[in-house]
Design a protein around this ligand. Structure first.
Ligand code: AMP
Length: 618
């Protein structure tokens, strides 16, 4: 039975199934929908308030949880029980964040393991998933209050560089908040959609999405063709944003007043007031030439020219990231057709000018940069609701995915930068006679040896019926769904025995990790190739030794004494070659053993066939 709801504000009937788009941001979050009448994407807000909900959670002494503006007001006075930037902890272990641990003024638990971080507030522990779910719950309630209808389904955006664990964590947070998360969408993809890019099937464009928020910066290069969005590259700095501009102003004022950082540490209220004034100045200078104000009887002033000098190094850093992103995408700046501006800090005129100058084109800044991602998420939810069947959205995997094969080699099933959703399968077999199980270890990374990559998961395929080595056919299938979440299945095709898992990596990769893994793969490419060749030669040699030995045992009676002696000598020489680091030597010895055994093997096979054929007519 279909249920309907009545919008009490307008008296109109509404469908119960409302899919909302959610931008779950590091600093601010918001919800957008497609307006049922105008069919335009709009951000939800109460009368006379902002659509932005600060991504801050405050736990008061009575155990109540407050989210948003009210929580943000407690940041300075109650730092231990007011949590900001929870998104930075999603899918991370303490090891991942320890270099930035001082950034968090609340207690992030260091339990010296690889396990996921937790945050301690009073005597309770919260995972980043719990924390994000509190924000999502608040967003859901606000949306329900404004829309006067239940909100159960959502599309949530994440940075393009989020890995599997971080996407899973975001999805789980949605689930905890009572939301059915229909799709996890990349933020730059959503921002492009909000500009209508990708809505036309014939369109082919290369897009740069420049996202400078309060605390983070990222640049993504996307390509849209045939209604498919591909992320060609991402780059950025997870600790660079508008807050750094505020800090630069604070330091400038401190210096002018003959004060130092120590004066801020000793007077927290003064520090906070000065920081707020700095932000006020920055925002004012986006639309005027001069800022003059006063604090505790002292005049504070800043000209636009001075402000621009202060922030030039920060802007330059973002330009360097743009260059790196272009390089990774193997593109020149002239190849970029569209530049999309995202994040509150792109309102700064110097930022817009510098980026426009760098790419040699005007930037797209007509959509509110704070809302653009959520608006795109709403458009995506409309597509999922079946209202725009022409559009298909695809992203790519940031790192290769594969399994460990003999000798610790990485066998890639889904290469890096494959479009998702994606599927791949390959057949493997057993090494030993009667082998009843097979260990499937799933790795992510670009190196040839699994030990240099990251292990995502491991499971055993058991119950393979006894068969000679090489006979079972184990098909391993990888499937990445549209959210970038991997599931792995192993099936023995002769017996139908199968086993599957959803890969939930134990810990996440930071974007630095990601970059390092890619860089390592380039730096070590030569060593890797040499090592892979050696491992492959050794594996081949071991297999040849096993089959030769079996063959001799079975056919001793049919071999001459001389054949036995030369074979044994060649086997010994090959055995010795395996212990050395020389793949060419292994190949030579394989060849020698083959040359000795091939003639008698053929002879014996021919005799066997002749015996089998005796008495039969062809
Ligand atoms: P976001 O993380 O995208 O919400 O961006 C928030 C950042 O944008 C904060 O650092 C704000 O101070 C900054 N911001 C917002 N409005 C303006 C403006 N008009 N000019 C300069 N910066 C702004």
């Amino acid at each position: 039975m279909a249920k309907i709801a009545i919008n009490i504000a307008t008296g109109s009937l509404q469908q119960e199934e409302m899919i909302v788009g959610i931008d779950l941001g590091t600093t601010n979050s918001l919800v957008a929908i497609i307006h049922p009448e105008t069919k335009q994407a709009v951000a939800l807000k109460e009368h006379n308030t902002s659509s932005l909900v600060p991504s801050v959670i405050h736990f008061d002494e009575n155990g109540n949880i407050v989210v948003g503006e009210e929580a943000k007001n407690q940041l300075i006075s109650q730092p231990q029980n007011t949590i900001f930037s929870a998104k930075r902890l999603m899918g991370k272990s303490y090891d991942d964040i320890k270099t930035n641990a001082s950034f968090f003024s609340y207690k992030v638990i260091d339990d010296n393991t690889d396990s996921l971080v937790k945050v301690q507030v009073g005597s309770k522990f919260y995972t980043p998933i719990d924390l994000s779910s509190f924000i999502l719950k608040e967003l859901k309630q606000r949306a329900e209050h404004i829309l006067k209808t239940p909100v159960n389904k959502a599309v949530i955006t994440v940075p393009a560089y989020f890995n599997d664990a971080q996407r899973q964590a975001t999805r789980d947070a949605g689930k905890l908040a009572g939301l059915d998360v229909l799709r996890i969408v990349n933020e730059p993809t959503a921002a492009s959609l909000a500009y209508g890019i990708g809505m036309n099937k014939e369109e082919e464009k290369t897009i740069a999405v420049y996202d400078l928020g309060g605390g983070t910066f990222d640049i993504s290069i996307l390509k849209i063709s045939n209604g498919v969005f591909e992320v060609l590259s991402t780059n950025g700095d997870t600790y660079l944003g508008g807050d750094d501009m505020d800090k630069a102003i604070v330091h400038y004022w401190l210096e002018k007043a003959g004060l130092t950082e120590a004066d801020l540490v000793s007077n927290k209220e003064f520090a906070q007031a000065l920081r707020l004034k700095a932000e006020e100045a920055k925002i004012a200078l986006s639309s005027q030439e001069e800022f003059i104000s006063e604090l505790n009887g002292d005049t504070l002033s800043l000209s636009k020219a001075q402000f621009e000098t202060l922030i030039q190094p920060l802007v330059d850093k973002t330009v360097t990231c743009c260059k790196n992103a272009l390089k990774d995408a193997e593109l020149k700046k002239q190849d970029i057709d569209v530049i999309v501006m995202v994040g509150g800090s792109t309102r700064v005129p110097l930022v817009k000018q510098s980026i426009s100058n760098f790419f040699g084109k005007p930037v797209n800044d007509s959509v509110n940069p704070d809302e653009v991602v959520a608006l795109g998420a709403a458009i995506q939810s409309d597509i999922l609701a079946g209202n725009n069947k022409d559009v298909l959205l695809l992203d790519v995997t940031p790192l290769s995915l594969g399994i460990e094969t003999m000798g610790g080699l990485m066998d890639v099933l889904i290469p890096r930068n494959s479009k998702i959703p994606s599927k791949a399968s390959r057949q493997y077999t057993t090494q030993k006679d009667g082998q009843g199980g097979m260990r499937i270890s799933v790795f992510q990374g670009e190196r040839d040896m699994v030990k240099d990559n990251r292990r995502l998961a491991e499971f055993n395929l058991t119950g393979i019926p006894g068969m000679p080595a090489g006979l079972p056919k184990v098909e391993v299938s990888f499937m990445i769904n549209a959210d970038g979440i991997l599931s792995v299945k192993a099936k023995e095709l002769r017996s139908g025995v199968e086993q599957s898992i959803d890969v939930k990596s134990q810990y996440g990769l930071t974007d630095e990790d990601l970059e390092k893994m890619l860089l390592d793969s380039i730096t070590h490419a030569k060593d890797d190739i040499a090592l892979r060749a050696l491992v492959e030669a050794r594996t081949e040699a071991e297999q040849l030794l096993t089959t030769t030995e079996k063959f001799i045992q079975k056919n001793t009676a049919l071999l001459s004494k001389e054949e036995m002696i030369t074979t044994a000598a060649a086997m010994q020489a090959l055995q010795l070659a395996i212990t050395m680091e020389d793949k060419d030597l292994v190949h030579t010895k394989i060849e020698e053993l083959n040359n000795i055994s091939r003639p008698y093997a053929e002879r014996i096979m021919d005799e066997a066939i002749a015996v089998a054929m005796k008495g039969r007519t062809v």
